[in-house]
Design a binder for this molecule. Sequence first.
Ligand SMILES: *Cc1c(COP(=O)(O)O)cnc(C)c1O
Length: 454
Amino acid sequence: MSTSELGGTALPQERRIVTEIPGPRSQEIEARRTKAVAAGVASSLPAYVVAAGGGILKDADGNQIIDLGSGIAVTTVGNSNPRVVERAAAQLSAFTHTCFMVNPYEGYIELAEKLNALTPGGFDKRTVLLNSGAEAVENAVKIARAHTGRDAVVVFDHAYHGRTNLTMAMTAKAHPYKAGFGPFAGEVYRAPMSYPYRDNDAAGTKVSGEDAAKRVMTMIDKQIGADNVAALVIEPIQGEGGFIVPAEGFLPALVEYARANGIVFVADEVQAGFARTGKMFASEWEGIEPDLVTTAKGIAGGLPLSAVTGRAEIIDSVGAGGLGGTYGGNPTAVAAALGAIEAYEQDDLVARALQIGEIITERVVRLQTEHPEVGDIRGRGAMQAIELVARDSIEPNPDLAKAVAAYAAKNAVLVLVTGTFGNVLRFLPPLTISDELLNEAFDVLEEAFADALG
Ligand SMILES: *Cc1c(COP(=O)(O)O)cnc(C)c1O
């Protein structure tokens, strides 16, 4: 059987438990791994995958696991989506690499045109293609510094921007991302985030988006000086931080402040972008038009690719040769991205993300009525999460998150734990998952909560 017969849309869409998970074959491979692979690279569920598609991951023992992770919001169009496979395969046969900085090819231009048209804002735009999310964020900062002639970069509590030296400095969480890896890049300043579930003023009322934004402006004015700030970089919905959706009005107020002070506003849409939230980009939910948008994860159906897209006059501040990289905009990854974008547009995946969001919301609301440990339900579209706490308090409950994820894994459902406090379960299914599989996954999660809490 060829790979295309094994994975993608050909894979039977059913949960199947053949052995314990991980099974004997996966355990054999895992034993080799510990002798061959760096210990620093961890895996949430060491069931080794042999095929994937729709809402299913098939492992080396024949187990079929329901996928609520999409390889961390990457396979949003589904694994081995036919539109991605067809274009990438044709490109692989035509040529594999020239380096765009040596001999260019048309696909790069076509993708740049697409990204310029799809990202928020009707203004003249430019795009540079790179390999990873972190690399896109680094390049957004380079561009903002070149454009403004300023040094400072403002980021937020709970932020995640990557694992390179600059993006580690921009990322908030010490363990496991930063501890032991310093010293970090300078001129990175952390501002308070709007976190509605945990953000009350002295009188116990929720801090509004406007007031949370004022807190940021005061911090910048007093501690940095707005005229020293090159870029303000923010995830419109924070990913690794725990799917924190800032209070309404927070993002628009920051955009306005950035514009008034000549600061480049960068929306890091690496996790929230590409139909995931029920809009093509999460920035659209509040109608903001970032100066620069960084994209990666959902961009190319699983192939490594990222981009910075934004205002022409800002991006073109960098002269010829100032941006690039050997593999940036690799032709196969570009072809895959054109296939993925075709899928987002032709297969109504933005609408599908909203439907998935409705199903998840209904299920987690039901879960919350039974278990008050579900402290907060938040997210947009198919980017939903629940924050787990101790009963009758908002004390983070990472043990419960771990127990539920472990029970789910044993029962062939993959769910990812995240958040600054390790107490958030996030739901990021491929948009090609069926309603039946999605509901079945939540049946298992209900059992998991009952098992953990009695
Ligand atoms: C994953 C992520 C990154 C880093 O992307 P990599 O491809 O892992 O380098 C940056 N920003 C956000 C918001 C992310 O979720």
